[in-house]
Design a protein around this ligand. Sequence first.
Ligand code: ATP
Ligand code: MG
Length: 395
Amino acid sequence: MALMDKATLNLWAMSALVIALMIMAILIEHHIFKGVRYFWYHWIILNCLERQMIDAGIMVRHGNIIVTPKIQLSFSKDLNSATLRIRNALKYNKVLDDVVMSSALRKFVVERHYSTDDGNWYIYELVDGSVSFKQTYNSLDEFLQYSKTISTYKLFLDSRSTPRLQHAILVGQTGSGKTYAVYSLLMQMLYKDVPYHLYFADPKGSSLAVIGQEIAPERTASSVEAIIESLGQFVALMRERKTELRKRLKTRIDADYSDFGMSPYIFICDEYASFASVLASSDKKTRDKVKALLYEVILQGRQLGFFLFIIMQKSDATLIDTALRDNIPLKIVLGNSEQQTYVTAFGAGVDIPNRHYSVGEGVFTEPVLAPEPKLVQFPYCNFDILQACKQASVV
Ligand SMILES: Nc1ncnc2c1ncn2[C@@H]1O[C@H](COP(=O)(O)OP(=O)(O)OP(=O)(O)O)[C@@H](O)[C@H]1O
Ligand SMILES: [Mg+2]
């Protein structure tokens, strides 16, 4: 009896040891030494990912054994972002390129993915989609303190994204914060050390027209005729800049307007759809003229420092020429939009982080900073914006 007891005891001890070793292996595999939260995120996401990969057929079957590709996951110190590496194989190549990964990543979303130069690994950059990085400025001084840290020809969208000045399109349902987002860009432009020349077109004559009237009434237009005329003047100046720049390029062939410290010119058109629909009912000559002017700016403006900012609720081909839209590098979609809005802005098959977007929040793409839709949260300016703009025009 005593012998039996000892044998059972040994068995128990062995089992306990095996279980303890297994637990230890799991703890080590999921980096417990980096903290309990790190361990928990690592464990839960890896499990979820492996399960979903199997469901999606991203695996190899050897008899009864299922092998998923090798996965490595590492989080930043604050656990707000992570890098996911998935080992590539012939079988997965195209699949891993197109897979919509965010659904398998709990609250994390993919912001960018690419493969390593040797093609052996797919790298996915993840962020915690539930974390807010929205900035609030309680005074103009506070706003300017941050804005002054940004170089002359760049504009910050939020604390994570500061693209170069370029053509931009802002899309989103009514009340999603498009015009407000433009205010924050506008205030940056108005206080730059090189003067920004701004043109305002607001066919509905609403808030942007009010700001425009205060700071540059001669460059503010509300009626369609006035907008066309203003666009014509804008392009005429661009042509002058072209002649001027051509002379300077002789000294430096690969330069653009910013290398010579020149001022940028920006034509901001709010409610573009409204402009486009009135234009659609005008004569063909006028339509062709406007189209030619817009294309001229979009295609030549980058080097010359002439940019279009287009704001509209939807960017379908019925409202804006597809070729025109596709040549705009900075595309921002704010608020909770229909799938179709994302498709027209970014193209089909893109992975849009699935979350509830509050006002001023959304996603954007830009060739350098965000080849894939990246979260953006425009700041809240808790001060008198109109006064801030007026003050700048006096400076
Ligand atoms: N980033 C933000 N932070 C805080 N509040 C915001 C932000 N953006 C917008 N809002 C609030 O939402 C309101 C509506 O925003 P806005 O007028 O910019 O919408 P919109 O997209 O231009 O709508 P519409 O298409 O009807 O012109 C603003 O008046 C402001 O109070
Ligand atoms: Mg608006």
